[in-house]
Structures are given as structure tokens and as C-alpha cells.
Write a protein that binds this ligand. Structure first.
Ligand SMILES: N[C@@H](CCC(=O)N[C@@H](CS)C(=O)NCC(=O)O)C(=O)O
Length: 213
């Protein structure tokens, strides 16, 4: 068996989720950088791996796959190490629900509207668009409310063990916490902050932390 290969930049939230999944399984991997800020995700070579030009893409033993949800479930099932998907059907459904909430609501609001404007635009020499940020804030709060409801009194999004859902939220949370909007908003979500405190020093979280700026 050869080491799996992850394509994408280490600063991407979805790439980080794949890195953390591999690390939680104890699987060594190779990272092939594809810098989306330099347009490297739009080359013909990369588009053959991921026709939508998104990161990450993944390959293992000649098996190439894209879409983070498919990649991380494959990793969990193909490699030994602790299971990252609950065996119980109801808890597993909760995990998948949390992942869908992050994919479809939290990512767009927090990363698409707020982080892209507040952190990434200045790195590219642009000014943040305050309208886009203020439109994103209520959507971010709505998504965080849903995720906090899923947490309840636990410190994991689905059941009591770490699952793929937690690994989806870590990168999104951490970028949001770097923005003034995150600093102002997150205290309204004490259960999510407790969830974060229980994870922030975990090896896979620390070793994949992006350097911004
Ligand atoms: N549905 C994709 C979404 C991946 C995604 O949105 N990745 C972002 C970076 S975190 C990206 O590739 N952005 C580059 C672009 O849209 O051009 C997945 O689950 O893998």
C-alpha cells in the first residue's frame, strides 16, 4: 500500500479536515500543495482530478476521488485506527446532519461571507466588503445555533466520541475565532466554546493549524 495523497493548500478548511482525519487514523500521507490563491486549482491537470476546481482531491493506491465527504468516509473505512463514524444508526445520522449543516450553511456564512472578506481579501490587497460581512452574520448565528442544538450538553457533535463532524467544524470555527465578528459572536454560544476547549490542544488540531498572514 502506498501513502495516500492529499491535493490542496494547507490553509483550506476542507483540506485541513482531510489532514485531521488521516492523523486521527494514524495514517501517514503525502501533501501535494495546490495553491488556490495562485489559481493552481484551475490548471487542466488539476481539473482532471477535480472538475469543479475545488480542493481537496485525494488519491490512494491508484484510486482517485474528490469531495471531502466521500474522501473522509473512505479514509475512515479503508484504514485502521479509531472509527470516526458512529456504529449506531441514529448517532451516525446526527453526524451526517451536522456535516450537512456545516457544508450547506455554516461554511458559506462563516467562510464565504466573513472570513473571506475579513482575513483573505486583505491578503490579496483588497478591502473587506462590509455589506457581505453583515449579510453573513445572521446566517452564521443561525448555523451556530443549529450546531449548538446538536451539541446539547455534550462536547462532541454526534454521540460522545470524536467523529468526522467535529473534524469538519474545527477549521471553520478556528478561522471564525480569528475575526472580530467571531470574537463578538462566539461568547453567545457557550456550548460551542466548551466543544472547542475540549479540542484545541488535540494533536491533529494543533499540527494542522494554518498560519495566516
Ligand atoms: N464540495 C467541496 C467543497 C470544497 C471547497 O469549497 N473548497 C474550497 C476551499 S476551502 C475551494 O476549493 N475554493 C476554491 C474555489 O472555489 O475556487 C468538498 O466538499 O470538497
Amino acid at each position: 500500500m502506498t501513502a495516500p495523497m492529499v491535493y490542496g493548500p494547507a490553509y483550506s478548511t476542507y483540506v485541513r479536515t482531510v489532514f485531521m482525519t488521516l492523523q486521527e487514523k494514524g495514517t501517514a500521507y503525502k501533501h501535494i500543495d495546490v495553491d488556490i490563491m495562485k489559481g493552481e486549482n484551475r490548471t487542466p491537470d488539476y481539473l482532471r482530478r477535480q472538475p469543479f476546481g475545488k480542493v481537496p482531491a485525494f488519491e490512494h493506491d491508484g484510486f482517485a476521488i474528490y469531495e471531502t465527504g466521500a474522501i473522509v468516509r473512505y479514509i475512515d473505512e479503508a484504514f485502521s485506527g479509531p472509527a470516526l463514524q458512529p456504529a449506531d444508526a441514529k448517532i451516525r445520522a446526527r453526524m451526517n446532519q451536522a456535516i450537512s449543516v456545516i457544508d450547506n450553511y455554516a461554511y458559506g456564512a462563516i467562510i464565504g461571507h466573513i472570513v473571506m472578506q475579513r482575513l483573505i481579501a486583505p491578503l490579496l490587497g483588497a478591502s473587506p466588503d462590509e455589506t457581505v460581512i453583515s449579510e453573513g452574520l445572521p446566517l452564521a448565528e443561525q448555523a451556530l445555533t443549529a450546531l449548538q442544538d446538536l451539541l446539547g450538553t455534550r462536547t462532541r457533535l454526534a454521540g460522545d466520541e470524536l467523529t468526522l463532524a467535529d473534524l469538519y467544524l474545527v477549521p471553520v470555527y478556528e478561522y471564525f475565532a480569528m475575526t472580530p465578528e467571531g470574537t463578538a459572536t462566539l461568547p453567545k454560544f457557550p456550548a460551542i466554546r466548551e466543544w472547542w476547549r475540549s479540542l484545541e490542544t488535540r494533536d491533529s488540531v494543533v499540527s494542522t493549524r494554518p498560519k495566516v498572514g
